[in-house]
Design a protein around this ligand. Structure first.
Ligand SMILES: [Fe+2]
Ligand SMILES: [Fe+2]
Length: 357
């Protein structure tokens, strides 16, 4: 066992102790070919949906989800190199919601980077969010990995012009299955920027792309969808190791399309169920029979969660920390050349899901 393994074991002990839940075997977080020098972790919190009620009052459950994630993030040992927030910090993109969310996030130790969600955007085209958090798309390098953040929740002009103002657009976008909503897109401007950004990046450099909506087409009726996903995938095609991490879907999903591994992250606010369409689609998404132990009306954090991400040899492994549920890990399997849910897809390590009652 290497010193790095020991560090991981310490962390896992700490995290499982915190949650009072399961213990993840250390071997599950190791990836073939990883060397300690290349490996690092970052934490990921997403979809807090901070919602204003009146005066200084906000929806308590959503506040509590984010507070818990921040507190647990700060206790991680070893420390994550940085924290990503995956979008939908607010519910209706109101300044008071974004201010309150920013205040809760300011409790995080270490650097925090932000992704734009549709619930942060439509009231004012992201103006207040940008004032608080900066550009809506950008890139950075960290320990040999090139990270890209995209605003994937834009729409076309026809839909935008249909509505009189931001308030109306936000109201239409806030529903899950509203036929008046619009599919998302990254758009031509950002795709041109992405091409340029990647022009000077070596094809061997691992790429991690953060978006809010999935950069793949999963289920249009619920907007688990990005209209120009294939065009973005084309730009990423020349690179050997590409990972896309996204929020928005409030559930665990993973997929492999060509060279690109996809992993979703959980929400701290509430879980969405798996759409029925998954039953028909031949895909790598979880089977409908795989439960996310939901929904227990007596437990406000049921089937919500946050995660830490291992980056080893340029492939990500997402570790889902689900309060009062077993920790789940979705890691890239080099032999299968795709992400695998180590608890539910690996027959050898398959265990019955536990729940908290
Ligand atoms: Fe969301
Ligand atoms: Fe969203």
């Amino acid at each position: 066992m290497t010193p790095d393994d020991l560090k991981r074991r310490d962390f896992l002990k700490a995290s499982s102790g915190l949650l009072g839940a399961s213990v993840l075997p250390v071997s599950l977080v190791e990836l073939a070919g990883a060397t300690p020098a290349e490996s690092f972790t970052f934490a990921y919190i997403s979809d807090s949906h901070i919602q204003h009620v009146k005066g200084a009052q906000f929806v308590r459950n959503w506040d509590r989800g984010l507070m818990r994630a921040v507190a647990e993030c700060n206790l991680m040992n070893p420390r994550p190199d940085f924290v990503m927030f995956g979008g939908d910090l607010a519910q209706l993109a109101l300044p008071q919601e974004l201010d309150h969310g920013a205040q809760l996030l300011s409790g995080l130790k270490g650097p925090v980077r932000m992704v734009m969600g549709e619930h942060d955007y439509y009231a004012d085209d992201g103006a207040y969010w940008s004032k608080l958090f900066g550009p809506q798309w950008y890139s950075f390098d960290h320990k040999g990995v090139h990270f890209v953040v995209l605003n994937s929740i834009l729409t076309d002009k026809a839909w935008y012009d249909r509505w009189p103002d931001g308030k109306a657009r936000m109201a239409e976008m806030a529903g899950l299955d509203n036929p008046n909503g619009s599919p998302f897109q990254v758009g031509a401007e950002q795709r041109a920027w992405l091409k340029k950004d990647l022009a000077n990046v070596s094809k061997d450099t691992p790429i991690v792309v953060f978006s809010h909506s999935p950069l793949q087409k999963i289920f249009k009726n619920w907007n688990f969808w990005t209209d120009d996903a294939e065009l973005v995938q084309d730009i990423l095609k020349p690179f050997k190791k590409v990972n896309v991490l996204y929020g928005h879907v409030h559930q665990i999903q993973y997929n492999q399309i060509g060279n690109i591994s996809f992993n979703s992250v959980m929400a701290t606010a509430w879980p969405w169920p798996y759409p029925q369409s998954y039953a028909q689609a031949p895909s790598l998404l979880p089977k409908l029979t795989v439960p996310i132990n939901r929904a227990d009306p007596f437990f406000e954090r049921d089937a919500t969660g946050w995660q830490y991400i291992d980056v080893a040899s340029g492939r990500v492994a997402a570790h889902y920390l689900l309060p009062e549920n077993p920790v789940r890990t979705v890691a890239f399997d080099a032999k299968k050349n795709q992400p695998v849910d180590l608890q539910y897809q690996d027959e050898k390590s398959r265990t019955l899901p536990q729940n908290h009652y």
